[in-house]
Write a protein that binds this ligand. Structure first.
Ligand SMILES: Cc1cc2nc3c(=O)[nH]c(=O)nc-3n(C[C@H](O)[C@H](O)[C@H](O)COP(=O)(O)O)c2cc1C
Length: 109
């Protein structure tokens, strides 16, 4: 319970990015969703370029309808992410990563 109460206190700023697509819009819904992800990523880049640390998290509460309703989201809206922004206390741990060449295909004429 204490952990849950303190979740949004892990950084001085937490931005909730809400995705609301418009099925009738000329832009396909899939691309609208991708744009929302791009907005999240741009926020990470902007925070980093400004000298802050930032992390994109969803965790369970991004998918809980009760929590979303408390945030004022409608049934059609979803959380794309919570962008936590602050000052890093330590360097992030590195983790195993795939080789770019393993997931990239090159075509040549
Ligand atoms: C859409 C999205 C949701 C994420 N949600 C979580 C999460 O709920 N919990 C978590 O530990 N990491 C989550 N992450 C991953 C962290 O943000 C991750 O540490 C960060 O992307 C750094 O990635 P890296 O390890 O590739 O540098 C999420 C990342 C993305 C893109």
């Amino acid at each position: 319970m204490e952990l849950e109460a303190a979740r949004f206190l892990r950084a001085p700023v937490v931005v909730a990015v809400v995705a609301r697509t418009d099925p009738g819009h000329k832009t396909p819904e899939w691309e609208q969703v991708l744009c929302c992800g791009a907005a999240c990523h741009n926020m990470l880049l902007a925070a980093s370029a400004s000298g802050f640390a930032a992390q994109w998290l969803t965790e369970w509460y991004a998918y809980d309808r009760e929590v979303l309703a408390a945030f004022g989201l409608s049934e059609e809206e979803r959380i794309a992410g919570f962008i936590y922004i602050g000052t890093a206390k330590e360097d992030p741990l590195e983790r195993p990563r795939v080789e770019a060449s393993d997931i990239t295909t090159h075509w040549q004429r």
